[in-house]
Design a binder for this molecule. Structure first.
Ligand SMILES: [Zn+2]
Ligand SMILES: [Zn+2]
Length: 168
């Protein structure tokens, strides 16, 4: 189980080479492959670029991929009244709900077959090709549109792949 840390902005992941713990951000994803077969919930093999410089594979459920970021977002917060870290289990869901009503979904796709931006999820991504692996300024993102199931590509900045709710 790979939990999502909203403050670090990614899932926890352990480097297969060094054993070092790290944060796996969506912009470090290089491919997402849904495993064939009637698995419920669906399982995905995520290949990502690790801090060690190699690519590693991670098995992630659809739930970890799409829902963990929303459930966790800022659920833990510093409580000024008690001076301790507080836990608000619904905090993240509420923030994301407000964000999504403003059109800021976890992933926003621009499929050529729809007039408006398409609300999407990390599991809709299929491959990410950075312009420069050492200093990424753009990624060519290949996706499968959740509305029409057609494949498409779009250019995205890493900032557009940050899994944070936006309230303005
Ligand atoms: Zn590694
Ligand atoms: Zn579409």
């Amino acid at each position: 189980m790979h939990s999502f840390d909203a403050l670090a902005g990614g899932w926890d992941a352990v480097c297969g080479a060094s054993g070092a713990r790290g944060t796996l951000r969506l912009s470090a994803f290089r491919s997402v492959r849904r495993l064939p077969g009637p698995t419920a919930p669906p399982a995905h093999v995520v290949r990502y670029r690790c801090g060690c410089g190699d690519d590693h594979d991670l098995l992630m459920s659809g739930d970890e991929l799409d829902w963990a970021p929303i459930r966790s977002a800022f659920g833990a917060h510093y409580d000024l009244m008690t001076g301790r870290m507080g836990e608000d289990p619904d905090g993240g869901v509420d923030l994301w709900w407000r964000s999504m009503r403003r059109g800021h979904w976890p992933v926003v796709l621009h499929c050529a077959h729809h007039p408006n931006p398409v609300p999407a999820w990390p599991s809709c991504l299929r491959a990410l090709e950075p312009d420069d692996e050492r200093a990424v300024s753009h990624l060519l993102v290949h996706y499968e549109c959740p509305l029409c199931e057609r494949r498409g590509t779009q250019l995205m900045r890493p900032q557009a792949l940050e899994l944070v709710p936006r309230l303005h």
